[in-house]
Design a protein. Structure first.
Length: 425
């Protein structure tokens, strides 16, 4: 018979094992009057389901042949929860440590009735990442009446890339496919193949891209890449001039590889977009973009570079374009907070954490600003437009910004684009 001490030790071990397996709650509630106004959940319950699609006639970078490119999507939507189970999001850190996060959506719940036709939002992660990296934003938008798709970009996820041994193994593929994946996801969501086709407004879509997702989003919305030969050589290791030029031709496309940008994209949110620091976008093509844009950046960004982001903002031609800056923040301004599994090494923790900011607070402000932007542009809600700051201002000046609690209305600035900035600098 087991002694009391041994039985107690076994019980603690079992309880500890269960705790490790349980989905983490990453967010702690705060008083509503301390939170940004539009960070509060909407009127809809949220459903989520995972779907797999294929993009035919895609270019296999390693062979130069075409193939059917697989993509895994997470779809969030207004739902009738019923008996559905609350969602958990399983993934892994860059070093391969598994984790599970508790969501507020309900897995495979039936879609809600009586919603009318809803705008679509596509969310595109960075290099590397995963489709639920911004689940807090996806669930939030779905609760306010959007259909949201998060993409697992093949060759660009934490699960596929060994960051210790071959961190850039999927980088060239990412450069080529990021925008094309975004466009393919929109095409799928607008097709009869989508399980949410009956809810979808076929003319209204927004695109959210983080880091390399922002790099792709600018192309998807109309920009052209201008990779120099030296960078192609550096990125690929190619040595023969003909080979370098062939690869450069593959990369230097516009409009996600289409003849023109898809007019269904009617708003873009660009979190810390990569590429501006290397001047990889043709200024004339940026100047022709008319899609409303919201850039979001940290002024200490050590990956995309704040100056590169501000130059992209200044060169963009959209009359409705804005730049939200988190002062003191680096690059991690879009992802959810670090799970426990990421706290054992800086390599993992540094994929999520901000040195000077509470990531939960950044996430709440993101929910507020992104919803205001999308409601303003995709739903033409005047009250949402009025919750976007006006002119050029700091959040802690004067009466502060609308919709943000006075004591928490600090550390940010807002710039509004003007015609004389567009494409001329």
């Amino acid at each position: 018979m087991l002694s009391v001490s041994i039985r107690f030790a076994l019980l603690c071990s079992l309880l500890g094992s269960s705790a490790l397996q349980a989905a983490e709650q990453l967010y702690q509630p705060i008083p509503a009057d301390a939170a940004p106004a539009l960070s509060q959940p909407g009127k809809f319950q949220v459903g989520v389901r995972t779907v797999k699609i294929e993009v035919p006639a895609s270019l296999q970078i390693s062979t130069g042949q075409t193939y059917s490119r697989p993509l895994t999507l997470e779809l969030w939507y207004p739902a009738s929860a019923g008996q559905a189970q609350q969602a958990e999001y399983q993934n892994q850190t860059r070093s391969g440590k598994s984790f599970s996060i508790a969501g507020t959506a309900f897995r495979d719940a039936a879609s809600a009735s009586g919603t009318g036709k809803l705008p679509v939002v596509v969310i595109s992660h960075g290099y590397t990442g995963y489709r639920s990296l911004m689940f807090y934003l996806a669930e939030h938008l779905a609760s306010h009446g959007y259909i949201v798709a998060g993409i697992d970009h093949t060759d660009s996820t934490n699960a596929e890339i060994d960051f210790a041994k071959a961190p850039f193994a999927g980088f060239f593929s990412t450069l080529y496919h990021r925008a094309r994946d975004q466009q393919a996801t929109l095409n799928y969501l607008m097709s009869a193949q989508s399980p949410l086709a009956a809810l979808t407004n076929p003319d209204k879509a927004g695109l959210i891209g983080y880091s390399m997702g922002g790099f792709g989003a600018l192309s998807t919305l109309g920009a052209c890449y201008q990779f120099p030969q030296a960078m192609v050589k550096q990125l690929t290791g190619a040595s023969q001039p003909a080979q370098i030029e062939a690869l450069r031709t593959q990369l230097n496309s516009c409009n996600a590889g289409q003849a023109k940008a898809d007019p269904r994209w009617q708003a873009g949110i660009l979190f810390a977009p990569w590429g501006g620091q290397y001047q990889l976008f043709e200024p004339q093509s940026l100047a022709k973009i008319q899609t409303p844009l919201l850039y979001v950046a940290g002024d200490q960004d050590d990956i995309s570079g704040y100056q590169g982001i501000t130059q992209l903002f200044q060169h963009s031609g959209s009359k409705a374009r804005y730049l939200l800056t988190y002062h003191g923040a680096r690059h991690n301004i879009a992802a959810h907070p670090a799970p426990v599994a990421a706290r054992g090494s800086e390599g993992d923790y540094g994929h999520y954490a901000e040195p000077a900011w509470d990531v939960q607070q950044i996430n709440r402000v993101n929910q507020h600003m992104v919803l205001a932007m999308l409601d303003c542009q995709l739903k033409q809600k005047t009250d949402a437009c009025q919750l976007l700051p006006s002119g050029n201002s700091r959040s802690d000046e004067g009466k502060g910004w609308p919709g943000l609690a006075p004591r928490y209305n600090t550390g940010m600035s807002w710039q509004t684009g003007s015609a004389n900035q567009s494409g001329s600098k």
